[in-house]
Design a protein around this ligand. Structure first.
Ligand code: GDP
Length: 300
């Protein structure tokens, strides 16, 4: 996973080692680094901001002749990235669900994201993840638009022995969400996972629909689901959902097939929200908590 991005990071250090930490040599090394970030699927705006940050922190730095320049650049990069990931924070969803259920109230999670990113599969994976940790889960079929969406969620839920709250196609998704909340309360279920529609992100109606569900059900946590393989698209979708609806953390699916790795970095850097899980396959167990320290450690 993420090999391209790892190469980009090691190449800046080597380039600088050969070129001195000032003037044209550094500019060229920084420019090449920016290109290799973009080639690794880091969004252009993020690549520019990150390199500008590193360049600024290097400006005027006096380095001992004997010092290893690549180490200096590596350190600056590491601190810029660490700061972004630390600011985004970390989330322990199972602990949050457990905490809220102590007060007798269900923890409500709203899923957001466009069709095909792996949203419904991620709902099922997270349900399985929470169930394995001893928590009870119910799902709500909030995509009342796409033909087959309700059946698809129900099929996953049947395999995991979970209840699905649903209405007919064309029903108001916010009403489905509310039904889910009422069911979870009445049956003392620890966590409600609400699947939603995902017509193209440019569709204003979709944003309005998501904002409405969010206002009605007042979720404790909003998860944005992104397909790592879509690179720049994943980042612009994240920015759009963040701006119009807001989200609290992201799941990056199909990371098993992602050799570039730029999406995780771009989403965190551009939205300030943490990646909380990586989808690493099609099975229910293929959901792993995202470890930012490990991720950064492998890059730097
Ligand atoms: P939705 O339209 O966003 O609800 O997408 P689906 O949940 O139907 O997933 C679309 C396709 O992506 C399905 O074939 C899933 O099995 C597949 N998929 C979802 N998550 C992952 C993942 O983490 N890795 C891989 N390799 N495939 C995934």
């Amino acid at each position: 996973m993420f090999d391209r991005l790892k190469q980009a990071f090691s190449s800046i250090a080597t380039a600088v080692k050969e070129k001195e930490l000032s003037g044209e040599g550094l500019d060229k090394a920084i420019f090449d680094f920016q290109l290799s970030l973009i080639e690794s699927d880091v969004a252009q705006g993020v690549a520019e901001a990150l390199t500008a940050e590193v360049q600024k922190s290097l400006a005027g730095t006096r380095v001992d002749r004997s010092a290893d320049l690549s180490e200096v650049v590596g350190e600056r990069l590491a601190s810029a990235l660490k700061a972004a990931f630390e600011k985004a924070g970390t989330v322990d969803l199972a602990a949050s669900v457990r905490e809220k259920s102590k007060g007798g109230e269900p923890y409500i999670i709203l899923f957001l994201g466009i069709n095909g990113t792996g949203k419904t599969t991620s709902v099922a994976k997270l349900a399985s993840f929470l169930k394995k940790r001893g928590l009870s889960v119910v799902c709500a079929a909030g995509d009342t638009h796409r033909p087959g969406a309700i059946e698809q969620l129900t099929e996953h839920a049947d395999r995991l022995s979970l209840k699905v709250v649903s209405q007919r196609y064309g029903a108001d998704p916010a009403a489905v969400g509310r039904d889910g909340v009422l069911y979870a309360r009445a049956h003392h279920v620890d966590c409600l996972l609400i699947d939603t529609a995902g017509r193209m992100q440019t569709n204003q109606n979709l944003m309005e629909e998501m904002s409405k569900i969010s206002r009605v059900v007042k979720p404790d946590f909003r998860i944005f689901v992104a397909d790592a393989l879509t690179g720049n698209d994943a980042v612009s979708q994240a920015e759009l959902f963040n701006q119009h609806v807001g989200f609290d953390g992201a799941i990056l699916t199909k990371s098993d097939a992602d050799v570039r790795g730029g999406a995780a970095l771009s989403i965190v850097y551009s939205t300030g929200k943490p990646v909380i899980f990586l989808g690493v396959g099609q099975g229910y167990d293929d959901l792993v908590p995202f470890d930012s320290q490990k991720f950064l450690g492998s890059l730097l």
